[in-house]
Every structure is written in structure tokens, then in C-alpha cells.
Write a protein that binds this ligand. Structure first.
Ligand code: EPU
Length: 430
């Protein structure tokens, strides 16, 4: 197997324009949502990342006719069947849980292997299950796969005990084809939820209130094909904003919805970074005189947990101590050990990381344990003196389209290299 690592020569200033791709966390729900239609659905602006490829393969496994070009997918779902998917590719990404809601909605049954994805500590799906049960499904868990079956789906009032992006979308997917009205209370409000509701509405679904914490869905008998353009990826955009703040003379982020990034922009300004936003662009200028800040991750529109890790790298450069608290995933700190190898002074206490800056980061050999930890290490590598080597690239490839090309376009010195057999063995044994 050919495995690659990333090499970064740090310290180079960044300058130029970077274009943001379509949102990964929308894409992974939009693609399963096409199962609910009875004629072809076209989605454009998709990011060219491995999660999209895997979901596209899964739709073919259940009988869909799928054509995936670089950034556009055409799915003809008319001949799909309710094929059980207990093993195999479903386990490669956590978002395969959206196949449950979509297949339950269309076929009233589904068998889906328990989701894989990033290891951020426990990630239960009890709220998804609670929602499906309220709609009338019987659910069992057998040998690592979830079995769902319903004679019919009936609208219900569902109060989420935990505000969950995945549960909100998954219940919406099943409810659009249920009989009668479903009300999701204490729903998540992330922009990706609105994007999925927009696609479903174009398919003929009746949804009101997506983007607020009460969503009303009136079930319909059938849904039809349509064309949908995905929203830009706010987390990818945020990663480049952080990079611009760390190393940018002047970086223009293009194809972004600034409103989606208000919490990050506010924090960066508090740190002393200059940011101008207009329409679908954000201009960021870095500085070497950064103030420390405290951050607490929250559900949208609060500060996103997905940007906590890359921001931690930037905070190593701030003049003083900052505290980052993750209230969503209290153990999302696997990047910290790696940042320490690069000479950062950080300690973890419970759900918080305490960063004592400023440190001059030094290039080192580090490993990305999950997608956003990978982003954090790329930010750190670009800030550091000397060469940084990042392994675990498969995590980064799940969520960042053309990372190397985009960064090279900004003047970064970064490239991919094949790993030797010995390096691969070392990695697998560690
Ligand atoms: N939770 C429960 N029960 C549930 C569902 C969630 O207790 O049934 C808890 C989780 O353990 C967590 C919190 O609720 O503490 C929020 O989880 P949520 O369900 O909102 O997360 P998710 O839908 O599984 C999505 C993104 C994540 C992102 C989180 C939080 C996708 C595919 N993933 O996950 O993205 O961190 O929302 O915003 O949309 C990433 O992009 O790197 C990533 C991990």
C-alpha cells in the first residue's frame, strides 16, 4: 500500500487568494439524502475528498446509478434497494449514519454498520435512535450493526436531550417521508442543517424552521429529483483564516459566507488580527503581536469545536496564556502532545487546554490522529522553524480538498512524499 506523509518547510509568509470548497459536513448528509428521491438529483460544488467518494460508492452498492465528476454528483436513485450494509465501507466514516435516516425514510428498513470516523472520545447516537423510535421504527443493535424497521413512519414531537447536528439531520431525513407532522425541538442550528433542508425542499419536502431550534416537517408521499448547489465549507474557510492570521501578509479567502464564521472572526479580532469581510470574501492580515484569548466551544452560532484544534496552534504564538475549553468533545486534545513535540507549552486539565505563549515552534515528526488535529499540525508546521513531517494524512484527506495545491498557491512550502516500508511499519506499531 502506498502511504504518504506531508512535509512542510515552515516560516514562509503567505500571500494571495485561496478558494474555499463545498462543505464536507453538508456533503456527507446531502449525498445520502438523494436516496429519498425517485428521479435524478444533481449536487454541484462538492468537495473532492475521500468521504464524498466513499458515500458515492455506497450509493452504488445499494443499486444507485451514480456519476461523480470532480465536484458534481448525479444520482439516479430510482433502482435503489434496501440492501443491508453491516460491514465494509460504512465503517470508514461516521457520517454513514445518515444512511439510516434516508433508507428508513424511503424503504422503512435499513441495516447499517456502526459508524467509524474521527476518535474524539465517546460519540453516542442515542438521540438519533430516540428520534427514529418516536417515528415508529423498531431498532436493534446486532454484532456492531444497527437494524431499523417500521411498518409505517408516523410524524411525532421529538425533544432532543442533547443539541446534535447528526440527530437533527437524521430525524429530518426520515420524517420527510413519514405520515403527518414531525416537530423537532431543541434542534441544532448549524448552517449544514439549513443546506440539507434546502435540498429536501427542492425535492418536494415540506420543512419549516431549519436554522432555528424548532423544525416542523409535514411528511409527503414522494420526493423528486432536483439540482442543488452546496454551501461553502465554514471549517475549511476558518482553517485558512487561522493560517492567514498566523503567517499571512495578506490572504484573501474566497467563496465564504462570513456570517458562518462570526465567532471565529470576533476571537481573531480580539487577538489583534485585522480582518475585513465583504460579500463572499474575507481578507486577513497576520501580525507578530498577538494577544492571548480564552475560548469555549459551543453549538452554533458559538465557537465551533472543529476550529478549536487549529486555533490552539495559533495561540502558541500569543503573548501570554490562553485557555481553550471544549464543551462539545471534552477529550478532543490529541493534537496537544504533538504540539508539545514542536516545543509548545501546553497542559491539558479536564476539558481545557492551557497554552502558555509565546513559543517559537520547531519542526518535528508528528502524527495527525484525526481530521482537525491534522489541520492543527499543518498550521503549526507552517509557523515552525525548520521541517515538519505529518503522518496520518488519510485523516486530512477526508476533509481538505487539494490542501497542498491551495497552500502552495499562497506561497507555502509543502509537499507529499511516499513513506518507506520501514516508516509504515513503525507507524503501525506505535
Ligand atoms: N451526542 C449525544 N448523543 C447523540 C448525538 C450526539 O450525546 O445521539 C453528543 C456528542 O457526543 C457531542 C454532542 O452531542 O458531545 C454534539 O454532537 P453532534 O451530534 O452535534 O455531532 P455529529 O453530528 O456527530 C458533527 C460534525 C462534526 C462536528 C460536530 C459538532 C458531521 C459529519 N460531523 O458531528 O465534525 O465536530 O457535528 O459540531 O457533520 C469534523 O468535521 O471534523 C467533525 C468531527
Amino acid at each position: 500500500m502506498d502511504m504518504e506523509k506531508l512535509k512542510i518547510e515552515g516560516g514562509n509568509k503567505l500571500r494571495g487568494t485561496v478558494r474555499v470548497s463545498g462543505a464536507k459536513n453538508s456533503a456527507v448528509a446531502l449525498i445520502p439524502a438523494t436516496i429519498l428521491a425517485d428521479s435524478p438529483v444533481v449536487i454541484d460544488g462538492l468537495p473532492n475528498i475521500s468521504d464524498v467518494q466513499i458515500l458515492s460508492d455506497l450509493l452504488q452498492e445499494i443499486g444507485g446509478t451514480v456519476s461523480l465528476n470532480e465536484n458534481e454528483i448525479i444520482v439516479d436513485p430510482s433502482r435503489m434497494i434496501s440492501m443491508p450494509l453491516p460491514n465494509g465501507k460504512v465503517k470508514k466514516l461516521r457520517a454513514s449514519y445518515y444512511l439510516m435516516g434516508a433508507m428508513l425514510g424511503r424503504f422503512k428498513k435499513a441495516v447499517i454498520g456502526l459508524p467509524g470516523g474521527c476518535h474524539l472520545g465517546p460519540r453516542p447516537i442515542d438521540q438519533h435512535i430516540k428520534g427514529f423510535e418516536a417515528l415508529g421504527a423498531q431498532i436493534t443493535n446486532e454484532q456492531g450493526a444497527i437494524y431499523l424497521r417500521a411498518d409505517e413512519l408516523k410524524g411525532a414531537r421529538i425533544y432532543l436531550d442533547v443539541v446534535s447536528v447528526g440527530a437533527t439531520i437524521n430525524i429530518m431525513l426520515a420524517a420527510v417521508r413519514a405520515k403527518g407532522r414531525t416537530i423537532i425541538e431543541n434542534a441544532a442550528k448549524e448552517p449544514e442543517i439549513i443546506d440539507v433542508a434546502t435540498l429536501l425542499t427542492s425535492m418536494g419536502a415540506k420543512i419549516k424552521g431549519a436554522g432555528t431550534d424548532v423544525i416542523r416537517i409535514d411528511g409527503v408521499d414522494s420526493l423528486h429529483g432536483c439540482r442543488h448547489s452546496i454551501i461553502p465549507d465554514r471549517i475549511e474557510a476558518g482553517t485558512y483564516l487561522i493560517l492567514g492570521a498566523a503567517m499571512g501578509e495578506e490572504v484573501l479567502i474566497d467563496n465564504v459566507i462570513p456570517l458562518h464564521l462570526e465567532s471565529l472572526i470576533a476571537k481573531l479580532r480580539e487577538m489583534g488580527i485585522s480582518i475585513e469581510s465583504k460579500d463572499d470574501q474575507i481578507l486577513v492580515r497576520g501580525t507578530d503581536n498577538l494577544k492571548p484569548v480564552d475560548i469555549k466551544t459551543l453549538v452554533y452560532p458559538g465557537f465551533p469545536t472543529d476550529l478549536q484544534q487549529p486555533l490552539t496552534s495559533l495561540l502558541t504564538k500569543a503573548n501570554g496564556s490562553s485557555i481553550v475549553t471544549d464543551t462539545i468533545y471534552g477529550a478532543r486534545f490529541k493534537h496537544i502532545d504533538e504540539l508539545r513535540r514542536m516545543s509548545a507549552t501546553i497542559k491539558v486539565e479536564g476539558r481545557s487546554a492551557i497554552i502558555n505563549g509565546p513559543s517559537k515552534l520547531q519542526g518535528a515528526k508528528v502524527r495527525a490522529s484525526d481530521l482537525r488535529a491534522g489541520a492543527a499540525l499543518v498550521v503549526a508546521g507552517l509557523m515552525a522553524e525548520g521541517i515538519t513531517e505529518v503522518t496520518g494524512l488519510e485523516h486530512i484527506d477526508r476533509g481538505y480538498e487539494n490542501l497542498v495545491d491551495k497552500l502552495t498557491g499562497l506561497g507555502a512550502v509543502i509537499w507529499r512524499e511516499s513513506m518507506s516500508k520501514q516508516e509504515i511499519e513503525q507507524l503501525q506499531n506505535s
